[in-house]
Design a protein around this ligand. Structure first.
Ligand code: AMP
Ligand code: ZN
Length: 134
């Protein structure tokens, strides 16, 4: 038996609130409910994160995430949606099994706060580009 919690969920060895399921992925409600309706799309095959995932599985999962995001937005009266995936501990990944978060957004006080600090001018963009593409 796997000790990966999402493998146990996709194998129906532990309970979850399932919103959608097919051969490639399933969507469940996240226990933490960062905002009301917070859902996860998890892969049926275990990949540690998006960085290791199969391209076809990913392409399918993002379409499932989009469809569900629209359904959540419409039926829970959300004003917007954040779709995101954390890869590796440094990025906040706590479960090492590929998943996309679908986080309905209601207003700025809804409990979810993605923060982009503005570092404009701090680094040379050409230098960064050359380093990435070397
Ligand atoms: P991350 O930190 O991006 O790896 O996200 C992992 C998410 O999985 C967190 O938001 C947890 O609340 C959620 N989670 C952990 N265990 C369960 C579970 N048994 N059922 C539903 N969601 C879970
Ligand atoms: Zn797993």
């Amino acid at each position: 038996m796997s000790d990966c919690i999402f493998c146990m969920i996709k194998d129906h060895q532990i309970n979850s609130t399932v919103l959608y399921e097919d051969d490639i992925c399933m969507a469940i409600l996240d226990l933490s409910q960062a905002t009301r309706g917070h859902a996860l799309v998890i892969s049926k095959v275990h990949y540690d994160s998006v960085l290791e995932a199969d391209d076809e599985a990913l392409a399918h999962m993002i379409v499932v995430a989009k469809t569900l995001a629209n359904q959540i937005k419409e039926n829970l009266n959300a004003q917007g949606i954040n779709i995101l995936t954390n890869a590796k501990e440094a990025a906040g990944q706590t479960v090492s099994h590929l998943h996309f978060h679908i986080i309905p957004r209601y207003d700025q006080y809804d409990g979810f706060e993605p923060k982009f600090t503005d570092h404009q001018g701090k680094w040379d963009l050409e230098e960064i580009k050359n380093e990435i593409l070397k």
